[in-house]
Design a protein around this ligand. Structure first.
Ligand code: AGP
Length: 591
């Protein structure tokens, strides 16, 4: 999703702003732009495609004493230079960059039209610039114009704003991420996350929703509802935000390879062989007291939630999982005393934040999050960090394994079951073996990379591995892929099986293997090219890939590692951008 960067003070702006955008480009974007403030005049540059295209049209050592920049992931209006940010008001008094979505922009646009405002773009962002300009034209000063504009906006926004003829870098924030950094040498900065600021800032703060204010080279002033509010700044560990391929050709491959380390970290951070589980006692008590544990997530995090809920159920606790963007519609029953577990890599997923809006105040939310101090981490009553380290590739890999490991450890802690950490350590070893045999998966990919459709099947816990693997194939290899529980195929999907359609079947549970093998036979009889991925305790001769057996409930880990590597390999074979697939964003900050 969109990313913003801004700074004020003496510096060479072009490398800072374009470099900052590159550090945000994992979020996904289709155009970019920047603006410099120099002696009261603002110059604007925007380009389609990569930040390199933008850099090529911006002069080196461009003069300026403030600057804002943006990567845009199109929501309102197509991908065009006119829709790229910065957006400006018609009178060119206000220039701003925006991450978020304004829900009532059509109504505001009509209101502004009645007051003779014109527009150059189709964006909701231009409406914000115009509204601020309207209040300026009414004689308001910039901070009051921003405040009055915020009072009219429904939706989410992190804004960085420059005014023609008025010094200062202004900001406003509601429901979209924004970080402010105190610069090392008479500069102050802001951005959508910490990464672009680490080289030039020493201390940081993430303002609350509803905050707006002003950065100068020497100070940061913040307000809420017209009142000046103090901000507390803290240092951050630079290594947590470092992007380094460490010799790998792609971040996705590096992050898949880190999977075993992430599982082991989840164990060591939350379990001690002598003293037992290390989770905050208040988390465990509230989960035990709950009449239902409700797991919420989106995409891969939802699949981790599904597998986690199944394991919690198996462990004797009532748990359900829902897709966050659906749960908010109130279609599902709410029990008397639920505890909500919100699962997210980025901690910024808007659909999950909408769930928090409904849960807030109940004192019953536990976040399982990777990104430190992210919105979901800060707004939940309790937080458990996954500790997977920065995940750069758009496709979640190591964070999925980390999320599921934490959920399984929670089940172990609830039941006083000290075997869970050991089973997870076995799973980490099995994942390591899958990764070591990547070349076998590459060979398989070379045999099926032209397929247009694929199926993943499993039964019981193996079905969740099918779902996550199927999502990976869609996301980065652009192969239409379906995941089904083995028993469900004959109820409809089998009609889609044609000669040569690849079917990947996961068998981690010997007891369920027989039934799934029959399902695979049914598919093969109709021409499917089947490929069975089984654990060494479930394997039969002829299986395509056999991984070291683990407890059947934990087979999801090596199976998903297989699915991740298959998608990675297919994506490369198909000549695609593995780390930054089309249309997708790492941090999905719109509903
Ligand atoms: C996973 O590969 C996807 N990029 C996507 O489904 C992701 O899991 C989803 O958007 C949720 O993100 P989150 O974990 O940051 O909340």
């Amino acid at each position: 999703m969109c990313g913003i960067v801004g700074a004020i003070g003496p510096m060479d702006y072009k490398p800072f702003l374009t470099g900052g955008l590159r550090k945000l480009d994992y979020r996904g974007y289709d155009s970019s732009g920047l603006a410099f403030w120099n002696d009261g005049k603002i110059s604007l540059y925007r380009a389609l495609g990569s930040v390199d295209n933008l850099a090529s049209i911006v002069p080196d050592r461009h003069p300026g004493s403030a600057g804002i920049a943006h990567t845009r992931w199109a929501t309102h209006g197509g991908v065009s230079v006119e829709n790229a940010h910065p957006q400006r008001s018609w009178d060119k008094k206000v220039y701003l960059v925006h991450n978020g979505v304004i829900d009532n922009f059509e109504e505001l646009r009509a209101w502004l039209r009645e007051r003779d405002f014109s527009f150059r773009s189709d964006t909701d962002t231009e409406i914000i610039a115009s509204l601020i300009a309207y209040y300026l034209s009414e004689g308001e000063r910039p901070l009051t114009a921003i405040k009055k504009t915020m009072e009219r906006l429904d939706g989410s926004y992190a804004l960085a704003i420059l005014f023609s003829g008025i010094p200062g870098l202004y900001f406003a924030k509601n429901k979209s991420p924004l970080v402010i950094g105190l610069g090392i040498e008479r500069i102050n900065c802001l951005a959508s996350d910490y990464a672009p600021l680490m080289d030039v800032c020493s201390d940081f703060t993430a303002p609350e929703d509803g905050t707006y204010g002003l950065l100068t080279g020497n100070a940061v002033f913040a307000f809420r509802g017209g009142k000046n509010i103090p901000l507390s700044f803290e240092p951050r560990n630079r290594e947590d935000y470092t992007f380094d391929l460490e010799g790998y050709p792609h971040f996705m491959l590096k992050e898949i390879a880190e999977g075993p380390k992430v599982i082991r970290h989840a164990v060591s951070a939350n379990f001690d062989a002598k003293t037992g589980y290390l989770f905050e006692q208040s988390i465990i008590s509230s989960l035990r007291a709950a009449d239902e544990i409700v797991l919420l997530g989106c995409g891969s995090s939802h699949y981790a939630a599904e597998a986690g809920a199944a394991y919690l159920n198996r462990s004797g606790f009532r748990a359900v999982s829902y897709i966050a963007s659906e749960w908010i519609h109130g279609l599902y029953p709410r029990s008397r005393k639920p505890v909500y577990v919100l699962i997210s890599q980025s901690g910024e997923t808007a659909d999950l934040i909408s769930c928090l809006d409904l849960i807030d105040g109940e004192g019953r939310s536990v976040a399982i999050v990777n990104a430190k101090d992210s919105t979901i981490a800060r707004r939940s009553d309790h937080v458990i960090y996954i500790g997977a380290g920065l995940e750069v590739a758009v496709a979640s890999t190591k964070s999925f394994l980390g999320q599921l490991a934490i959920l399984m450890l929670l089940a172990g802690a609830l039941r006083h079951d000290d075997a869970v950490p050991l089973k997870l350590l076995d799973a980490a070893t099995s994942v390591e073996e899958v990764i070591r045999r990547k070349s076998e998966i590459d060979t398989l990919a070379s045999e099926c990379y032209t397929a247009r459709d694929a199926f993943f099947v499993g039964r019981g816990m193996d079905y969740f591995a099918s779902e996550e693997s199927s999502l990976k194939l869609k996301e980065i290899a652009y192969v239409h892929s379906e995941a089904y529980p083995g028993g469900e195929l004959k109820h409809g999907p089998i009609a889609l099986i044609e000669e040569g359609v690849p079917v990947f079947a996961f068998i981690g549970n010997p007891e369920l293997g027989k039934a799934l093998r029959s399902n695979v036979q049914e598919m093969m009889a109709r021409g499917a090219a089947s490929y069975i991925v089984s654990s060494s305790s479930s394997a039969r001769e002829g299986d395509g890939f056999v991984y070291p057996a683990v407890d059947p409930s934990f087979a999801v880990f090596p199976e998903v590692a297989f699915g991740q590597l298959l998608a990675y390999s297919l994506s490369l074979r198909r000549g695609l951008n593995v780390d930054k697939p089309r249309n997708l964003a790492k941090s999905v900050t719109v509903n």
